[in-house]
Design a protein around this ligand. Structure first.
Ligand SMILES: Cc1cc2nc3c(=O)[nH]c(=O)nc-3n(C[C@H](O)[C@H](O)[C@H](O)COP(=O)(O)OP(=O)(O)OC[C@H]3O[C@@H](n4cnc5c(N)ncnc54)[C@H](O)[C@@H]3O)c2cc1C
Length: 400
Protein backbone atom coordinates (compact mmCIF):
# COMPACT_ATOMS: atom_id res chain seq x y z
CA UNK A 1 0.00 0.00 0.00
CA UNK A 2 1.36 3.41 -0.95
CA UNK A 3 1.32 5.90 1.93
CA UNK A 4 -0.27 9.06 0.61
CA UNK A 5 1.26 12.46 1.09
CA UNK A 6 0.14 14.29 4.19
CA UNK A 7 3.07 16.63 4.59
CA UNK A 8 3.59 20.31 4.75
CA UNK A 9 6.99 21.78 3.83
CA UNK A 10 7.03 20.01 0.46
CA UNK A 11 8.38 22.68 -1.77
CA UNK A 12 10.61 24.77 0.42
CA UNK A 13 13.41 22.31 1.12
CA UNK A 14 16.69 24.14 1.64
CA UNK A 15 20.03 22.58 2.49
CA UNK A 16 21.59 25.95 3.23
CA UNK A 17 19.84 26.55 6.54
CA UNK A 18 22.73 26.14 8.98
CA UNK A 19 20.60 27.17 11.94
CA UNK A 20 18.53 24.00 11.52
CA UNK A 21 21.58 21.95 10.55
CA UNK A 22 23.53 22.80 13.73
CA UNK A 23 20.70 23.37 16.20
CA UNK A 24 21.77 20.22 18.08
CA UNK A 25 25.30 21.66 18.58
CA UNK A 26 26.10 23.90 21.55
CA UNK A 27 28.43 26.85 20.93
CA UNK A 28 31.23 24.79 22.48
CA UNK A 29 30.49 21.85 20.13
CA UNK A 30 30.51 24.16 17.15
CA UNK A 31 33.78 25.82 18.13
CA UNK A 32 35.38 22.42 18.57
CA UNK A 33 34.11 21.33 15.14
CA UNK A 34 35.42 24.59 13.64
CA UNK A 35 38.98 24.05 14.89
CA UNK A 36 38.89 20.35 14.07
CA UNK A 37 37.86 20.95 10.46
CA UNK A 38 40.38 23.77 10.10
CA UNK A 39 43.11 21.25 10.98
CA UNK A 40 41.57 18.51 8.83
CA UNK A 41 41.45 20.95 5.92
CA UNK A 42 45.23 20.98 5.81
CA UNK A 43 46.22 18.17 3.43
CA UNK A 44 49.71 17.86 4.82
CA UNK A 45 48.51 17.26 8.41
CA UNK A 46 45.98 14.67 7.29
CA UNK A 47 48.73 12.84 5.37
CA UNK A 48 51.15 12.70 8.30
CA UNK A 49 48.44 12.21 10.95
CA UNK A 50 47.77 8.45 10.52
CA UNK A 51 51.42 7.23 10.68
CA UNK A 52 52.20 9.52 13.64
CA UNK A 53 49.06 8.41 15.49
CA UNK A 54 49.68 4.71 14.85
CA UNK A 55 53.31 5.10 15.95
CA UNK A 56 52.32 6.95 19.13
CA UNK A 57 49.68 4.31 19.95
CA UNK A 58 52.28 1.56 19.46
CA UNK A 59 54.67 3.34 21.81
CA UNK A 60 51.85 3.59 24.35
CA UNK A 61 51.98 7.40 24.40
CA UNK A 62 48.94 8.91 26.13
CA UNK A 63 47.23 10.27 23.01
CA UNK A 64 43.99 8.30 23.41
CA UNK A 65 42.47 11.09 25.50
CA UNK A 66 43.35 13.69 22.88
CA UNK A 67 41.81 11.62 20.06
CA UNK A 68 38.72 10.89 22.12
CA UNK A 69 38.15 14.57 22.89
CA UNK A 70 38.59 15.75 19.28
CA UNK A 71 38.14 13.75 16.07
CA UNK A 72 36.55 10.73 17.82
CA UNK A 73 34.03 12.96 19.61
CA UNK A 74 33.02 14.52 16.31
CA UNK A 75 32.61 11.39 14.18
CA UNK A 76 31.74 8.69 16.76
CA UNK A 77 29.09 8.20 19.41
CA UNK A 78 31.44 6.64 21.97
CA UNK A 79 33.31 3.46 22.74
CA UNK A 80 30.21 1.55 23.86
CA UNK A 81 26.46 1.68 23.21
CA UNK A 82 26.00 3.31 26.60
CA UNK A 83 28.41 6.09 25.64
CA UNK A 84 26.32 6.73 22.50
CA UNK A 85 23.19 7.60 24.48
CA UNK A 86 23.80 11.36 24.44
CA UNK A 87 24.30 11.33 20.68
CA UNK A 88 21.14 9.26 20.18
CA UNK A 89 19.13 11.77 22.22
CA UNK A 90 20.70 14.77 20.55
CA UNK A 91 19.91 13.47 17.05
CA UNK A 92 16.41 12.57 18.16
CA UNK A 93 15.76 16.18 19.20
CA UNK A 94 16.12 17.10 15.53
CA UNK A 95 13.94 14.12 14.48
CA UNK A 96 16.98 12.29 13.14
CA UNK A 97 17.29 8.58 13.92
CA UNK A 98 20.41 6.63 14.86
CA UNK A 99 21.95 3.60 13.17
CA UNK A 100 24.41 2.15 15.70
CA UNK A 101 27.45 1.07 13.69
CA UNK A 102 29.94 -1.08 15.58
CA UNK A 103 32.94 -0.02 13.54
CA UNK A 104 35.59 -2.48 14.51
CA UNK A 105 37.97 -3.31 11.63
CA UNK A 106 40.84 -5.64 10.82
CA UNK A 107 40.03 -8.57 13.10
CA UNK A 108 40.94 -12.05 12.09
CA UNK A 109 40.13 -14.68 14.70
CA UNK A 110 37.05 -16.69 15.58
CA UNK A 111 36.72 -15.33 19.10
CA UNK A 112 36.76 -11.74 17.83
CA UNK A 113 34.12 -12.65 15.21
CA UNK A 114 31.89 -14.17 17.90
CA UNK A 115 32.32 -11.04 20.02
CA UNK A 116 31.37 -8.83 17.09
CA UNK A 117 28.26 -10.94 16.43
CA UNK A 118 27.28 -10.54 20.08
CA UNK A 119 27.80 -6.79 19.90
CA UNK A 120 25.66 -6.50 16.73
CA UNK A 121 22.93 -8.44 18.52
CA UNK A 122 23.21 -5.91 21.37
CA UNK A 123 22.67 -3.05 18.89
CA UNK A 124 19.51 -4.81 17.69
CA UNK A 125 18.29 -5.28 21.25
CA UNK A 126 18.99 -1.61 21.97
CA UNK A 127 16.79 -0.64 19.02
CA UNK A 128 13.74 -2.54 20.30
CA UNK A 129 10.83 -0.26 21.22
CA UNK A 130 12.90 2.85 20.49
CA UNK A 131 11.72 4.76 17.43
CA UNK A 132 14.94 6.78 17.45
CA UNK A 133 16.85 3.66 16.29
CA UNK A 134 14.85 2.54 13.26
CA UNK A 135 17.53 0.43 11.54
CA UNK A 136 20.71 -1.46 12.46
CA UNK A 137 23.78 -2.44 10.44
CA UNK A 138 26.83 -4.68 10.27
CA UNK A 139 29.84 -5.41 8.08
CA UNK A 140 30.08 -9.06 7.08
CA UNK A 141 33.90 -8.91 7.42
CA UNK A 142 33.38 -8.13 11.11
CA UNK A 143 32.01 -11.65 11.52
CA UNK A 144 33.73 -13.65 8.72
CA UNK A 145 37.42 -13.89 7.78
CA UNK A 146 38.19 -11.81 4.66
CA UNK A 147 40.47 -14.51 3.18
CA UNK A 148 37.69 -17.08 3.45
CA UNK A 149 35.22 -14.83 1.66
CA UNK A 150 37.83 -14.19 -1.02
CA UNK A 151 38.33 -17.90 -1.57
CA UNK A 152 34.59 -18.48 -1.82
CA UNK A 153 34.26 -15.64 -4.31
CA UNK A 154 36.95 -17.21 -6.49
CA UNK A 155 35.02 -20.48 -6.41
CA UNK A 156 38.11 -22.26 -5.00
CA UNK A 157 37.63 -25.55 -3.15
CA UNK A 158 37.60 -25.26 0.65
CA UNK A 159 39.59 -27.56 2.91
CA UNK A 160 37.54 -29.52 5.51
CA UNK A 161 38.70 -27.03 8.19
CA UNK A 162 37.59 -24.12 6.02
CA UNK A 163 34.23 -25.79 5.39
CA UNK A 164 33.71 -25.94 9.12
CA UNK A 165 34.82 -22.32 9.46
CA UNK A 166 32.37 -21.30 6.71
CA UNK A 167 29.52 -23.10 8.43
CA UNK A 168 30.24 -21.26 11.67
CA UNK A 169 30.54 -17.98 9.81
CA UNK A 170 27.16 -18.42 8.11
CA UNK A 171 25.65 -19.31 11.49
CA UNK A 172 26.89 -15.98 12.88
CA UNK A 173 25.16 -14.03 10.11
CA UNK A 174 22.07 -16.19 10.53
CA UNK A 175 21.87 -15.54 14.27
CA UNK A 176 22.07 -11.77 13.69
CA UNK A 177 19.22 -11.97 11.15
CA UNK A 178 17.16 -14.32 13.37
CA UNK A 179 17.42 -11.78 16.19
CA UNK A 180 16.51 -8.88 13.91
CA UNK A 181 13.49 -10.80 12.59
CA UNK A 182 12.30 -11.87 16.04
CA UNK A 183 12.13 -8.25 17.22
CA UNK A 184 11.14 -6.71 13.85
CA UNK A 185 14.18 -4.42 13.54
CA UNK A 186 15.73 -4.07 10.06
CA UNK A 187 19.43 -4.88 9.69
CA UNK A 188 21.59 -3.75 6.77
CA UNK A 189 24.66 -5.52 5.46
CA UNK A 190 27.35 -3.08 4.29
CA UNK A 191 29.00 -3.59 0.88
CA UNK A 192 32.76 -4.01 0.65
CA UNK A 193 35.37 -4.98 -1.97
CA UNK A 194 34.20 -6.58 -5.24
CA UNK A 195 36.41 -9.61 -4.70
CA UNK A 196 34.32 -10.77 -1.72
CA UNK A 197 31.01 -9.20 -2.68
CA UNK A 198 29.54 -12.08 -4.71
CA UNK A 199 29.55 -14.24 -1.57
CA UNK A 200 28.19 -11.42 0.59
CA UNK A 201 25.42 -10.77 -1.97
CA UNK A 202 24.42 -14.44 -2.06
CA UNK A 203 24.32 -14.54 1.73
CA UNK A 204 22.19 -11.40 1.85
CA UNK A 205 19.70 -12.72 -0.74
CA UNK A 206 19.44 -15.97 1.17
CA UNK A 207 18.68 -14.08 4.41
CA UNK A 208 16.13 -11.85 2.65
CA UNK A 209 14.35 -14.86 1.25
CA UNK A 210 14.02 -16.26 4.77
CA UNK A 211 13.19 -13.11 6.72
CA UNK A 212 11.64 -10.52 4.36
CA UNK A 213 8.26 -12.16 3.75
CA UNK A 214 6.08 -9.63 5.61
CA UNK A 215 8.41 -6.67 5.77
CA UNK A 216 12.01 -5.84 4.92
CA UNK A 217 14.23 -7.04 7.76
CA UNK A 218 17.48 -7.70 5.87
CA UNK A 219 18.93 -5.12 3.49
CA UNK A 220 21.85 -5.63 1.12
CA UNK A 221 23.99 -2.72 -0.14
CA UNK A 222 24.30 -1.72 -3.82
CA UNK A 223 27.38 0.28 -4.83
CA UNK A 224 26.38 2.27 -7.89
CA UNK A 225 30.00 3.15 -8.74
CA UNK A 226 30.04 -0.39 -10.11
CA UNK A 227 28.80 -0.50 -13.69
CA UNK A 228 26.86 -3.73 -13.06
CA UNK A 229 24.95 -2.77 -9.93
CA UNK A 230 21.91 -0.99 -11.34
CA UNK A 231 21.20 -4.19 -13.23
CA UNK A 232 21.82 -6.30 -10.07
CA UNK A 233 19.24 -4.21 -8.23
CA UNK A 234 16.69 -4.92 -10.97
CA UNK A 235 17.59 -8.63 -11.11
CA UNK A 236 17.31 -8.97 -7.33
CA UNK A 237 13.97 -7.19 -7.42
CA UNK A 238 12.74 -9.66 -10.06
CA UNK A 239 13.98 -12.55 -7.93
CA UNK A 240 12.26 -11.11 -4.84
CA UNK A 241 9.02 -10.84 -6.80
CA UNK A 242 9.29 -14.39 -8.07
CA UNK A 243 10.09 -15.79 -4.62
CA UNK A 244 7.58 -13.69 -2.69
CA UNK A 245 9.74 -11.46 -0.52
CA UNK A 246 10.43 -7.75 -0.13
CA UNK A 247 13.80 -6.52 -1.33
CA UNK A 248 15.80 -4.49 1.21
CA UNK A 249 18.34 -2.19 -0.48
CA UNK A 250 20.83 0.36 0.79
CA UNK A 251 21.98 2.49 -2.14
CA UNK A 252 25.47 4.01 -1.97
CA UNK A 253 27.96 5.21 -4.56
CA UNK A 254 30.81 3.13 -3.11
CA UNK A 255 33.85 3.72 -0.91
CA UNK A 256 36.70 1.69 -2.40
CA UNK A 257 37.15 3.23 -5.85
CA UNK A 258 40.93 3.71 -5.86
CA UNK A 259 41.60 0.30 -4.34
CA UNK A 260 39.29 -1.34 -6.91
CA UNK A 261 40.87 0.38 -9.89
CA UNK A 262 44.40 -0.34 -8.66
CA UNK A 263 43.72 -4.04 -8.12
CA UNK A 264 42.04 -4.41 -11.53
CA UNK A 265 45.05 -2.80 -13.18
CA UNK A 266 47.59 -4.87 -11.25
CA UNK A 267 45.80 -8.15 -11.92
CA UNK A 268 44.88 -7.22 -15.49
CA UNK A 269 41.08 -7.51 -15.44
CA UNK A 270 38.59 -4.83 -16.55
CA UNK A 271 37.81 -2.35 -13.78
CA UNK A 272 34.42 -2.98 -12.15
CA UNK A 273 34.10 0.78 -11.57
CA UNK A 274 32.22 3.22 -13.81
CA UNK A 275 34.42 5.20 -16.22
CA UNK A 276 33.65 8.56 -14.57
CA UNK A 277 31.76 10.29 -11.76
CA UNK A 278 28.95 11.29 -14.11
CA UNK A 279 28.17 7.63 -14.86
CA UNK A 280 28.12 6.82 -11.13
CA UNK A 281 25.76 9.74 -10.49
CA UNK A 282 23.52 8.68 -13.40
CA UNK A 283 23.18 5.11 -12.10
CA UNK A 284 22.77 6.24 -8.49
CA UNK A 285 19.89 8.53 -9.39
CA UNK A 286 18.37 5.87 -11.68
CA UNK A 287 18.49 3.41 -8.77
CA UNK A 288 16.64 5.91 -6.55
CA UNK A 289 13.97 6.35 -9.22
CA UNK A 290 13.70 2.57 -9.70
CA UNK A 291 13.16 1.98 -5.98
CA UNK A 292 10.57 4.77 -5.81
CA UNK A 293 8.73 3.20 -8.76
CA UNK A 294 8.54 -0.07 -6.79
CA UNK A 295 8.18 1.36 -3.29
CA UNK A 296 5.74 -1.35 -2.21
CA UNK A 297 8.17 -4.13 -3.12
CA UNK A 298 11.51 -2.49 -2.28
CA UNK A 299 12.39 -0.92 1.07
CA UNK A 300 15.44 1.27 0.66
CA UNK A 301 17.91 3.56 2.38
CA UNK A 302 19.68 6.28 0.39
CA UNK A 303 23.14 6.43 2.00
CA UNK A 304 24.54 9.59 0.49
CA UNK A 305 25.98 13.03 1.18
CA UNK A 306 25.25 14.15 -2.35
CA UNK A 307 22.92 17.13 -2.30
CA UNK A 308 21.50 16.62 -5.81
CA UNK A 309 20.63 12.98 -5.10
CA UNK A 310 18.93 13.93 -1.82
CA UNK A 311 17.00 16.66 -3.57
CA UNK A 312 16.01 14.30 -6.37
CA UNK A 313 14.72 11.68 -3.93
CA UNK A 314 12.78 14.29 -1.96
CA UNK A 315 11.23 15.54 -5.22
CA UNK A 316 10.39 12.03 -6.41
CA UNK A 317 8.52 11.35 -3.16
CA UNK A 318 6.56 14.56 -3.59
CA UNK A 319 5.88 13.99 -7.28
CA UNK A 320 4.58 10.47 -6.71
CA UNK A 321 2.50 11.56 -3.71
CA UNK A 322 4.30 9.21 -1.35
CA UNK A 323 4.13 10.07 2.34
CA UNK A 324 7.48 11.37 3.61
CA UNK A 325 7.07 8.96 6.52
CA UNK A 326 6.66 5.87 4.35
CA UNK A 327 8.75 3.28 6.25
CA UNK A 328 10.19 1.95 2.98
CA UNK A 329 12.33 5.01 2.33
CA UNK A 330 15.08 6.53 4.46
CA UNK A 331 17.78 9.11 3.88
CA UNK A 332 21.03 8.36 5.69
CA UNK A 333 24.29 10.20 6.37
CA UNK A 334 27.27 9.64 8.65
CA UNK A 335 27.54 11.25 12.09
CA UNK A 336 29.48 14.50 11.95
CA UNK A 337 28.93 14.98 8.22
CA UNK A 338 26.30 16.69 6.08
CA UNK A 339 24.12 17.80 8.98
CA UNK A 340 22.73 20.39 6.56
CA UNK A 341 21.13 17.50 4.64
CA UNK A 342 20.09 15.32 7.59
CA UNK A 343 18.48 18.00 9.74
CA UNK A 344 16.85 19.97 6.93
CA UNK A 345 15.37 16.75 5.49
CA UNK A 346 14.14 15.72 8.95
CA UNK A 347 12.72 19.21 9.42
CA UNK A 348 10.70 18.68 6.25
CA UNK A 349 9.38 15.43 7.77
CA UNK A 350 11.38 12.93 5.71
CA UNK A 351 12.71 9.76 7.39
CA UNK A 352 16.38 10.33 8.23
CA UNK A 353 18.81 8.24 10.26
CA UNK A 354 22.53 8.77 10.75
CA UNK A 355 25.21 6.11 11.13
CA UNK A 356 26.62 6.50 14.64
CA UNK A 357 29.92 4.62 14.60
CA UNK A 358 31.22 3.38 17.93
CA UNK A 359 33.86 1.02 19.30
CA UNK A 360 37.24 1.02 21.04
CA UNK A 361 39.30 3.98 19.85
CA UNK A 362 42.15 1.90 18.47
CA UNK A 363 39.78 -0.22 16.37
CA UNK A 364 37.95 2.83 15.03
CA UNK A 365 41.10 4.70 13.93
CA UNK A 366 41.02 3.54 10.26
CA UNK A 367 37.43 4.86 10.05
CA UNK A 368 38.51 8.22 11.51
CA UNK A 369 41.45 8.53 9.10
CA UNK A 370 39.08 7.96 6.16
CA UNK A 371 36.73 10.70 7.41
CA UNK A 372 39.68 13.08 7.80
CA UNK A 373 40.89 12.33 4.29
CA UNK A 374 37.42 12.94 2.84
CA UNK A 375 37.34 16.39 4.44
CA UNK A 376 40.68 17.83 3.34
CA UNK A 377 40.66 20.95 1.18
CA UNK A 378 39.67 20.33 -2.43
CA UNK A 379 41.80 22.26 -4.94
CA UNK A 380 42.85 24.74 -2.27
CA UNK A 381 39.24 25.49 -1.30
CA UNK A 382 37.58 24.89 2.03
CA UNK A 383 35.87 21.52 2.26
CA UNK A 384 32.07 21.67 2.05
CA UNK A 385 31.79 20.67 5.71
CA UNK A 386 34.11 23.45 6.91
CA UNK A 387 32.32 26.08 4.84
CA UNK A 388 29.00 25.14 6.47
CA UNK A 389 30.54 25.31 9.94
CA UNK A 390 32.12 28.68 9.11
CA UNK A 391 28.72 29.95 8.01
CA UNK A 392 27.07 28.90 11.28
CA UNK A 393 29.97 30.17 13.39
CA UNK A 394 29.50 33.53 11.65
CA UNK A 395 25.75 33.48 12.17
CA UNK A 396 26.27 32.87 15.89
CA UNK A 397 29.21 35.35 15.95
CA UNK A 398 31.38 32.83 17.80
CA UNK A 399 34.82 33.53 16.29
CA UNK A 400 36.11 36.90 15.17
C1 LIG B 1 24.86 6.08 5.42
C2 LIG B 1 25.98 5.64 4.53
C3 LIG B 1 26.28 4.28 4.41
C4 LIG B 1 27.34 3.88 3.59
N1 LIG B 1 27.59 2.52 3.44
C5 LIG B 1 28.53 2.12 2.55
C6 LIG B 1 28.75 0.73 2.27
O1 LIG B 1 28.12 -0.15 2.84
N2 LIG B 1 29.69 0.40 1.36
C7 LIG B 1 30.42 1.35 0.67
O2 LIG B 1 31.23 0.99 -0.19
N3 LIG B 1 30.24 2.66 0.93
C8 LIG B 1 29.32 3.07 1.84
N4 LIG B 1 29.14 4.41 2.06
C9 LIG B 1 30.07 5.41 1.44
C10 LIG B 1 29.57 5.79 0.06
O3 LIG B 1 29.69 4.66 -0.79
C11 LIG B 1 30.35 6.95 -0.58
O4 LIG B 1 31.72 6.64 -0.63
C12 LIG B 1 30.20 8.28 0.10
O5 LIG B 1 28.95 8.43 0.68
C13 LIG B 1 30.42 9.40 -0.94
O6 LIG B 1 29.45 9.37 -1.94
P1 LIG B 1 28.16 10.32 -1.93
O7 LIG B 1 27.00 9.64 -2.56
O8 LIG B 1 27.95 10.73 -0.54
O9 LIG B 1 28.47 11.61 -2.76
P2 LIG B 1 29.52 12.21 -3.78
O10 LIG B 1 30.51 12.94 -2.94
O11 LIG B 1 28.77 12.94 -4.79
O12 LIG B 1 30.23 11.02 -4.51
C14 LIG B 1 31.52 10.58 -4.29
C15 LIG B 1 31.54 9.14 -4.77
O13 LIG B 1 31.34 9.09 -6.19
C16 LIG B 1 32.09 8.04 -6.76
N5 LIG B 1 33.08 8.61 -7.68
C17 LIG B 1 33.90 9.69 -7.44
N6 LIG B 1 34.72 9.92 -8.50
C18 LIG B 1 34.41 8.99 -9.42
C19 LIG B 1 34.94 8.68 -10.72
N7 LIG B 1 35.94 9.40 -11.25
N8 LIG B 1 34.41 7.63 -11.38
C20 LIG B 1 33.41 6.88 -10.85
N9 LIG B 1 32.87 7.13 -9.64
C21 LIG B 1 33.36 8.15 -8.92
C22 LIG B 1 32.76 7.33 -5.59
O14 LIG B 1 31.91 6.28 -5.18
C23 LIG B 1 32.84 8.41 -4.52
O15 LIG B 1 32.89 7.88 -3.21
C24 LIG B 1 28.11 4.84 2.88
C25 LIG B 1 27.78 6.19 3.02
C26 LIG B 1 26.75 6.61 3.81
C27 LIG B 1 26.44 8.07 3.91
Amino acid sequence: MVHRLTNMNQNNLSFEDTEIAFRHCSDADLKRAYWLFRVININFLVKIGPPITNFAMKLGLPIKGLIKATIFKHFCGGETIRECENTIRSLQQGNVGTILDYSIEGQDDELAFDNTRDEIVRTIKRAVKDKSIPITVFKVTGTIRFGLLEKLDEGAALTPAEQEEWQKAQDRVLSICVKAHSVGIPVMMDAEETWIQKTVDALAMNMMQRFNKEKAIVYNTYQLYRHDKLQSLKDDHASAQKNGFILGAKLVRGAYMEKERKRAEEKGYPSPIQPDKQSTDRDYDAALAYCIDHIDQIAFVAGTHNEESCRLLAELLNKKGIDHKNPNVYFSQLLGMSDNLSFNLANADYNVAKYVPYGPIKAVLPYLFRRAQENTAIAGQMSRELSLIVKEVGRRRLVN
